[in-house]
Ligand binder design. Structure first.
Ligand code: FES
Ligand SMILES: [Fe+2]
Length: 469
């Protein structure tokens, strides 16, 4: 018997379940770092330049020479890195704001659908192509509870029935189209997709953290990725890639598969996100929420409480005796009175010259590293399949982060840390994307003992979302 895991159903059809198709919350975060091989190579070079510039500061310091020019050069090198990690997106993705009515077009699971809000503000969804002569309803208008076709102004209700033809009193009995169930949950919009037309038999759970004053709002971002979403699914069990790809080797890893849920328990030490204990659960084929407790290293603040976190994305070199590992420490910021190599004496933070450290002329104090309680969204919407004639397999990735507000910090400071986490976690995602773009799908991988339950995941869990052939 062949043990090829990928079924032809998975190559030629779309999964059954609640599929995220967009969001109602506001766009907050900058997008992730570029993910092309060229961009990765450029990033490596920028990091090398930066390390060389930092080396120049150390060398000048040791030789007793002036260091301010060298610090400027190192700052400039670091700013180049930071600038390359943040760019404005051109496409903001499917956003259905609560105060707009649409109509909007969504291409999901090989179909073109139209969404709009009725007079109650509820999202409705039907097939996008008008059953009269095929115009896209999404380029028409919303009229009360209905969507009006731009071509001959036939109006369609959310029950898929034509409600009005301006030039004819007799509506043809066949003037009916397909309808789709939509639910708004946790700031996202979900579509129930079932190729066989059956009703939902499970629900997406409400998140207690969403719209909760103790938590920051979602910081979300989205991107279309031209590969099969099965690559993303494999991540649930792919224990061995966390070290090489994310620089976050696991010390403990396990999967628990139960009905439509798949849990990943992962304890790891991430070079960018700190020590993490994460519990990530897929609810159905396309929507995963991660609950993680992270630990950030010590931070610095001015004596009047201004948190100094201007360089949060960029780890810096660590010198002996420093109180911070640099993760969250603007070591080369010229607003400081001294360069790295700090020590701690009687609770004071001292420079290498034996003076107390200052920032913008104010004394600097240490803020002990805090635990962070984080929720992360990883959701995807299958778009199209090569096997069905599309140019490529593709899916839309939605990711988001919210953090529990930290006692003693203002909402802005918590939101700032949330945004920094979101950027770091998106960058981690795009480390995967880079691999996906440079691999093929292996239906029958040669696995070893340390690989995690990839076969169990594919065979026993994910296939439940496809009809058997
Ligand atoms: S095509 Fe839509 S009204 Fe004619
Ligand atoms: Fe990954």
């Amino acid at each position: 018997m062949s043990n090829i895991i990928a079924t032809s159903a998975q190559d030629k059809s779309f999964p059954r379940g609640w599929i995220p198709i967009g969001y109602t919350i506001n766009w907050v975060t900058p997008p992730p770092a570029p993910d092309t091989a060229e961009a990765q190579a450029a990033m490596k070079k920028m990091k090398k330049d930066y390390e060389a510039a930092v080396g120049g500061v150390f060398a000048a310091l040791q030789a007793g020479e002036a260091i301010s020019d060298k610090i400027d050069a190192a700052n400039a090198a670091q700013d180049t890195i930071l600038a390359s990690m943040h760019y404005e997106p051109e496409v903001k993705g499917p956003h259905f704001p609560e105060d707009e009515v649409g109509p909007w077009e969504v291409n999901v699971c090989g179909k073109s659908l139209v969404l709009w809000r009725d007079t109650q503000g509820e999202l409705k969804c039907i097939d996008n192509f008008c059953r009269h002569m095929g115009a896209k309803l999404s380029i028409g208008e919303v009229n009360g509870d209905n969507v009006q076709c731009p071509f001959h102004h036939w109006e369609w209700g959310s029950d898929g029935v034509c409600k009005d033809i301006p030039y004819c009193d007799m509506i043809p009995p066949k003037a009916k189209t397909d309808t789709f169930q939509i639910k708004e949950k946790n700031g996202l919009v979900f579509l129930w997709h079932c190729p066989e037309g059956t009703e939902p038999d499970w629900e997406i759970p409400e998140m207690a953290e969403f719209n909760n004053a103790d938590w920051t709002p979602w910081t979300v971002t989205t991107e279309i990725i031209d590969t099969h979403w099965k690559e993303l699914i494999d991540n649930i069990s792919d224990k061995a890639h966390f070290g090489p790809v994310h620089d976050a080797p696991c010390s403990h890893f396990e999967n628990v598969f139960e009905a439509h849920t798949a849990l990943q328990i992962n304890h790891c030490n991430s070079s960018t996100l700190g020590n993490l204990i994460s519990h990530a659960t897929y609810y159905g084929p396309s929507y995963q929420i991660t609950e993680w407790v992270g630990e950030l290293p010590d931070n610095l603040a001015t004596e009047d409480g201004e948190l100094i976190n201007s360089r949060i994305e960029q780890p810096v070199k660590v010198a002996d005796g420093m109180i911070s590992d640099g993760y969250n420490f603007p070591v080369l910021d010229t607003d400081f009175n001294a360069f790295a190599g700090l020590t701690e004496e009687d609770g004071k933070i001292m420079t290498p010259m034996g003076e107390e450290l200052t920032y913008k002329g104010k004394k600097v104090i240490k803020v002990p590293g805090a635990k962070h309680n984080v929720r992360m969204l990883n959701a995807h919407m299958p778009i199209q399949l090569k096997a069905l004639g599309a140019d490529s397999d593709s899916f839309r990735l939605f990711t988001g982060v919210m953090i529990k507000k930290i006692e003693g910090l203002s909402d802005e400071e918590s939101a700032g840390i949330g945004a920094a986490y979101a950027t770091a976690s998106m960058n981690a995602f795009f480390q995967d994307v880079w691999i996906w773009k440079n691999k093929r799908y292996e239906p029958n991988p040669v696995l070893c003992a340390g690989d995690g339950a990839i076969n169990k995941l594919r065979k026993n869990w994910y296939t439940q979302f496809y009809k058997s052939e």
